[in-house]
Design a protein around this ligand. Sequence first.
Ligand code: NAD
Ligand code: ZN
Length: 254
Amino acid sequence: MSNASFSDRLVDRLAQAARVTVLTGAGTSAESGIPTFRDPDGLWEQFDPQELANVNAFLENPALVQGWYAHRRKLAQDTEPNPAHHALAQLEQHLDGFTLVTQNVDNLHQRAGSDDVVELHGNITRNHCIDCERSASDDEMEAIAEGEPARCPTCDGYIRPDVVWFGEMLPQEALQRAQEAATQAEVFLSVGTSAVVHPAAGLPLTAQQHGAYLVEVNIEDTALTDTADEILRGQAGAVLPPLAEAVATRRSTA
Ligand code: NAD
Ligand code: ZN
């Protein structure tokens, strides 16, 4: 099926599953006004994210990369979680064995009330010194003088965001939890992700190979569309709330 209305079978499966795993990507935050890497982002339009989000770019021009992250941090802090984030927090409340894995770094799932978020790519609200690893507060980051890189007050090292850059390893504990949750899932939802950035992109397929019912929520086709068992075509913020509501009702009347 390929429309935004979900099947009864999906509601049953979600309500009865011992393990449900969700993977979210940048599309989940798009309705909060946070651009994906494919959407043009006004101020920073002339830069390719791939050319900023890597350690070489950072070492070459730390102030530039810090400035891009300061901009993204402010966007995230100045916006609100959308109905998709809230619906996923609601599903966590109603289901046992629920694991939310995200590629997003914007902290919006946490702000929507999801308690236990597996952060595959880190979190933009945290920063640390690249030399002594001391964490740096927002205030210290805000103190950056125009064009000057923010440095560690203890050792003078550059301060970087706690995010995973292109070419870097994912945090091993988070990746392991995500892989376990994928392997054990009876239902796996892939929400607002183009499913091309590995290893996260492998999680839905791992889940399906281990027997999960694989559901895609996206506004357009992705690499996963051909393999998914059910496709919910539409905005995550429109598709997920009625689904979470239906699952909550099914659980309470079961
Ligand atoms: P992506 O940009 O590659 O793909 C976004 C997907 O979301 C697309 O398939 C698009 O069709 C879909 N989409 C857009 N709006 C949607 C909506 N309202 N509802 C449902 N789907 C929608 O994003 P990705 O797969 O997450 O990979 C990009 C990488 O960039 C990730 O590693 C992530 O860490 C990083 N990133 C994060 C943020 C964030 O934290 N909000 C923002 C931009 C990029
Ligand atoms: Zn330091």
